[in-house]
Every structure is written in C-alpha cells, then in structure tokens.
Ligand binder design. Structure first.
Ligand code: GRF
Length: 208
C-alpha cells in the first residue's frame, strides 16, 4: 500500500476524489496526511475521512528556504512514499523540491507545456485555444515544467466561461489523478523511469 501525502490550498475536490477512489482501487494507496499553506476549506475532506492535517504557513517562517525545510519536515512526518500537489497554489522552494524529487507530483489544469502558472484556464481562453486539458507531472525547480506523467484533453466550447471550463477540466482531472496515483502504487507508472527519460533528453538538467 502506497502511503500518500496530499498538498492543498483550496476547496480540495481533487483531494476528495483521491480519498473516495482509495476503495475503488482496492486500497492500492492510502492518503495518510494532508498539508496546506493555510486553513483551506478542503481540509474538511481530510477530517471527514479521519486523515490528519498539518498547516505549514509561509508567514510563520523567516524566508522561503526555511519554509521549504518546514514543509519537508511536516511532509516526512507522515512517512509518505508519494506527495501529491492537488491545487497547492504555492511554488515549492528548490530545497524542498530537491528533497522530494521525483516522488513529488502535481496536477495542473492545462496541456503542459501550454499555459503554466496560476491562471491556466483563463490563459487558455485568452489565447483562443480550441483544446485544453489536464496534466499530471513530476514537480521540478521550474513552474509547471517537470516531467509529464499523463495528460487528458478536452475541447473548449465556443463562448464557454472560465468557471464552466475549469469545472469540466476538474471532472477529468479528478479521475486522472486517482488513476495516476493507483498506477504508481501498482507499478504501472515508474517516476524514476520518467525522471530518467527527461535526464536523457536534457543532460544539463538537474533533478535533485
Ligand atoms: C485544480 O484544477 C488544480 O489543478 C488547480 O486548482 C484546482 C484545485 O481544485 N491548480 P480543488 O481544490 O482540488 O477543488
């Protein structure tokens, strides 16, 4: 059973999907702890499933590096095999990325490398994209630049408001994320292999 820690900042619907899918995936993985950078409403899902929570607020630290150390310490307290960013709206400091690579993954609401950053759905609409989707990727030192694990696409509807499009993306995002976590748990997906493949195409790249 793969021990999973989840990082959230918001409503936590992806977290909830992971919690609900555990049984459907025959308990191949288990969410053992949920961490947030603030008192996010999504922590309620963890409490409902009796999963412990930790808040690691940047304001409680003197600088980003010490927040990164605090984050890693709080994560490692749950002894996770995998750490999942599920709507964690902070850039994770390089020292924390280095400590956790490649077992730190993230879900992002666009087809990366298109539309990285905090406003991916808005940016896709502004660019007139006719197709967008969701990407689950390993986190590296960049912003949404890490090795891609899996993607799903969907068509943008003409005149579709940002909130509606994001909700449709989140519907497939929740399924994809749980499927990827199960895939890692059962050995269908190897984060080490995906990270190594990236190194092969980018010899200058750093990974830890
Ligand atoms: C997701 O679309 C995630 O990819 C993005 O923010 C959203 C979080 O949704 N970064 P939720 O908090 O899981 O409902």
């Amino acid at each position: 059973m793969l021990r999973v820690a989840v990082l959230i900042s918001g409503s936590g619907s992806n977290l909830r999907a992971l919690l609900e899918a555990q049984a459907a995936y025959s308990d191949s993985y288990r969410v053992v702890g949920v961490l947030s950078d603030k008192d996010a409403s999504g922590l309620e899902h963890a409490r409902e499933f009796d999963v412990p929570t930790t808040i690691v607020a940047p304001a409680d630290y003197t600088d980003r590096a010490s927040w990164g150390d605090g984050l890693v310490e709080a994560i490692e307290a749950y002894q996770p095999d995998l750490v999942v960013g599920a709507g964690f709206m902070r850039i994770i400091p390089p020292n924390a990325v280095a400590a956790l690579f490649p077992r730190l993954i993230n879900t992002h609401p666009s087809l990366l490398p298109n539309f990285p950053g905090a406003h991916a759905v808005r940016d896709a609409l502004a660019a007139g994209a006719t197709e967008t989707g969701v990407t689950v990727h390993i986190i590296d030192e960049g912003v949404d630049t890490g090795p891609i694990i899996e993607q799903r696409s969907l068509a943008v509807l003409p005149g579709e408001p940002e909130a509606d499009l994001h909700e449709r993306i989140k519907t497939i995002e929740r399924e994809l994320l749980a499927s990827v976590v199960d895939g890692i748990a059962v050995g269908r997906i190897s984060l080490d292999d995906i990270a190594a493949a990236r190194r092969g195409t980018n010899p200058e790249g750093t990974d830890a």
